[in-house]
Design a protein. Structure first.
Length: 202
């Protein structure tokens, strides 16, 4: 990209002042050029999620995308990228605009690019009646979309719990087991044990 802007000669000094998340940006460089058709200048990390890394991708033409690098593990075969990408694509195709438009994906490397919808973190804004109505409306719309034949081919989310029993078995019980393993006879572990026995567990 730099050579297209200015020819370089041997001995020229080039100073890179681009990304504040160089490792993440490097993962998207090929994707940006190959799938988006634009060059990316820098990335801005969003949040500190452990399962996936999300950043704003800034393009040379000042367009901002949202990039997501999905968690993968040899022992976890769930297709997180494919599930989320297909869900957003379906929802947008049905006319709902409150979710981002899928832009591009690289399944081999677990990368996806979405439309960036500007907002604020949930914990930085007070949720009022209007926000609650919007969420309820979105849930109602999703329920209606679930009746379409095309929706039946969509995979369930990675942590989907369609029955109360599934929620307990898949999400709650494993977490309680990990907490129980941290209980010790003394110190903070003892306090944890008291909390589990007297406050949290039925």
């Amino acid at each position: 990209m730099l050579r297209r802007l200015r020819p370089l000669d041997k001995g020229d000094l080039v100073i890179d002042i681009g990304a504040n998340d160089a490792t993440f940006l490097s993962a998207f460089q090929d994707t940006g050029a190959r799938l988006l058709g634009v060059d990316l200048t820098h990335a801005t990390r969003l949040g500190q999620g452990r399962n996936s890394r999300v950043s704003l991708l800034h393009a040379l033409d000042r367009t901002i995308f949202l990039g997501k690098e999905y968690f993968s593990s040899p022992g976890d075969l769930r297709d997180r990228l494919g599930t989320e990408y297909r869900a957003f694509d379906f929802i947008r195709s049905m006319g709902l605009t409150c979710v981002p438009t899928p832009v591009a994906k690289d399944e081999e490397h677990g990368l996806a690019v979405y439309e960036y919808i500007k907002g604020v973190p949930a914990n930085q804004g007070a949720a009022g009646a209007d926000q609650v109505r919007q969420v309820a409306g979105f849930i109602r719309e999703l329920k209606e979309l679930s009746r379409w034949e095309s929706a039946r081919n969509l995979p369930a989310a990675s942590a989907a719990c369609l029955r109360p029993a599934d929620l307990a078995q898949q999400e709650i019980d494993p977490r309680l087991d990990r907490l129980a393993q941290a209980v010790t006879p003394n110190g903070p572990g003892r306090d944890l044990g008291r909390f589990l026995d007297k406050s949290l567990l039925p």
